[in-house]
Design a protein around this ligand. Sequence first.
Ligand code: SAH
Ligand code: SF4
Ligand code: F3S
Length: 471
Amino acid sequence: MNIPNYVEAKSTDKRSYKRVDFEFDKKIKNKYRGKKFFLKTYGCQMNEHDSENIEALLEYLGFEKVSDYYDADLILLNTCSIRENAHNKAFGMLGRIKHLKSEKKNLIVGLCGCMAQEASVVDEIMRDYRFVNFVFGTHNLHELPNILDKAITEDKQEIEVFSREGDLVEGVPVVRANSYKAYVNIIYGCNKFCTYCIVPYTRGRERSRLKEDILKEVDELIEDSYKEITLLGQNVNAYGKDIYEDYTLGNLLEDIAKKDIPRIRFMTSHPWDFTDSMIEVIGKYPNIMPSVHLPVQSGSNRILKLMGRRYTKESYLELFDKIKKIVPGCAISTDIIVGFPGETEEDFKETLDLVEKCKYDNAFTFIFSKRDGTPACKLEDKVSMEEKEERLQRLNEVVNKYFLENNKKLENKEVLVLVEGVSEKKKMYFGYSETNKLINFSASKNLEVGSIVKVKITSAKTWSLDGVLVE
Ligand code: SAH
Ligand code: SF4
Ligand code: F3S
């Protein structure tokens, strides 16, 4: 048994890790043939991609996927800790599973992902959720087959969570959710320690994958006719800093852009690590999509400092303008937190002012949520929930106004869309433009999913655009 420890997870001392190749334990291949699994994923793209690995590992054991948890022999929750509601959703699901397990004694239940890295969550599971058969963390996902097998054969609660990142494991098998767009991890973990954020404790320190491993994965995706790859990391702009003297995200983007892949995306970018040469590469290659997610969090310098974000409103705006200037037609989206402890009406107005200046194409807005063990947890928080909700509403009104205004500019213009399918509700094709906008469109002929087509925009809405295929 290994239970998580926050002191270890927080430590910033230099860690050493090796790059190792994943190996299957052949003894347990297909051991659970005929059994069914249900996998529920919460949280970000990182978790979605981890679930693609989890699925492949379970299939190796012989499990088959089902989409209704009532039909499953194994239920696994891949969890997220970022805000309290993500945490509550997973515990709510555990409550429902508890009922099911009282009727279905042989049901196996597992929990993994970011919540598994939290000592308080694991304590609670060991105390009040004895029916959970196994727990593993984000650092030992590749060990799932053996952990699960042990939990079943020994019939006792199996907790295997490492507080520190272990080796960088390459070649973990993957069942991709999609046949034309794919996620590729380039860097794991985060070293930024923004004072409100739990991610550095649940995902460990920054570890870049070797460029050779990334480029090989990209080549394989191209061979399999993938059309779009998204490079993933909590802060992709820090790529390479930990292992190379002189090879950055800019170099990696350039090496990938020279390949025969129509669309390259990357996320998320921390403004602090964004260099001019990266912006130039994004502007230079037409297959690097003109779409940057640049979380700002707040427009108040006082709050940015308390958040530990390492930039000011002014330096953010300077970077924003530079990207807009160097990357033609670039759409910029953001994340914003309202109600950080001590945020005054003046601070909040600074955020509104910044939004008025940036006129974002998209924005994810959140109310600050206290996360156990983070420095912001200890700050005095006098702002009432009512007030925070009111600020969120005011903020959303402004961001929505600009989503629509930006979309309106596309009316009567032609955009390139990667076709994703036909929407059930509207019976129209849908897909995303280069600037990552959702486009619903009609076409008088059959289109292949995964093809890139030209669409003329007929009308703009706040969160999507309608159009017709240009034939
Ligand atoms: N690595 C990414 C963010 C990942 S988390 C980045 O720094 O850009 C996604 C978003 O969740 C963050 O940008 C932030 O806006 C929000 N978030 C993180 N911790 C939060 C908290 N404690 N309360 C509310 N929102 C939070
Ligand atoms: Fe969290 Fe900040 Fe790291 Fe993003 S950069 S994951 S917000 S600590
Ligand atoms: Fe959530 Fe972990 Fe992602 S906390 S947002 S799943 S890195």
